[in-house]
Design a protein around this ligand. Structure first.
Ligand SMILES: Nc1nc2c(ncn2[C@@H]2O[C@H](COP(=O)(O)OP(=O)(O)OP(=O)(O)O)[C@@H](O)[C@H]2O)c(=O)[nH]1
Ligand SMILES: [Mg+2]
Length: 212
């Protein structure tokens, strides 16, 4: 089995209620984690710092694509992208992720059986899933060749991988779900944030190469 060095990167915006639950099993299994707190107005950074992770705090919100780009500061073989609002993540999942990193070069990780809404949304649009394993060299080349903003990261990555002919494994994290914007922010603000996410994606699809 290869032993690739890696870093788990978790972009987080106002996740004080969720991020501790995600970090705990990862830290218990000694996975190296970078949290990028993207101008949160709650105690996300405080909760994260309690879990002994690498922490970068943006003073103001710059969007998910800019947050994940911070991973490029680190000299590792692979990166694992995880959302900060996962539910049901256990030490076994952390071990499974570690094993996947040494087995697969590039993978999209689908969540199933944790929460019905997550299972459905990942079945319908797996390309929008926030969980991935990527070689650092690929992530670096992606950011060098594409300028993405906000929530364009996932769709743009999918296009990039296809263009580069990089095969992605599709892995399933059983029993893990995630929290929806409407639950986190309240219905109307959540819906507004969802529309903004879809607008980001639409802008990417229409223009192809939006600028930051
Ligand atoms: N850096 C950064 N991360 C964000 C921002 N908004 C959300 N995130 C993070 O991105 C991940 C997914 O965010 P969500 O808003 O739940 O988006 P989603 O999971 O794709 O969509 P739903 O949960 O279905 O609403 C979480 O880790 C969030 O904390 C942001 O403005 N900047
Ligand atoms: Mg979510």
């Amino acid at each position: 089995m290869r032993t690739d060095s890696f870093l788990v990167i978790i972009p987080a915006f106002n996740e004080e209620k969720n991020i501790g639950r995600v970090l705990k099993p990862l830290r218990e299994e000694n996975l190296p984690v970078l949290v990028v707190d993207d101008g949160s107005t709650d105690r996300t950074a405080w909760v994260a710092s309690d879990e002994r992770v690498l922490l970068i705090v943006f003073p103001r919100n710059r969007g998910k694509s800019a947050a994940v780009k911070e991973a490029l500061r680190f000299n590792v073989d692979k990166v694992v992208l995880l959302d900060a609002d996962l539910t049901g993540l256990t030490r076994n999942h952390a071990l499974q992720i570690k094993q996947w990193i040494s087995t697969y070069n590039c993978a999209r990780i689908i969540l199933k059986g944790g929460r019905a809404a997550t299972t459905w949304s990942h079945m319908i649009s797996p390309v929008l899933a926030g969980q991935r394993i990527l070689p650092m060299a690929v992530l670096r080349k992606f950011y060098e060749s594409s300028s993405v903003t906000g929530f364009q990261l996932e769709v743009a990555l999918e296009d990039f991988l296809k263009k580069e002919g990089i095969r992605q494994e599709e892995l399933v994290l059983e029993g893990v779900g995630q929290i929806m914007k409407e639950e986190k922010r309240g219905f109307w603000p959540g819906l507004k944030a969802r529309l903004r996410m879809y607008l980001d994606i639409l802008a990417y699809k229409l223009r192809g190469r939006p600028t930051i």
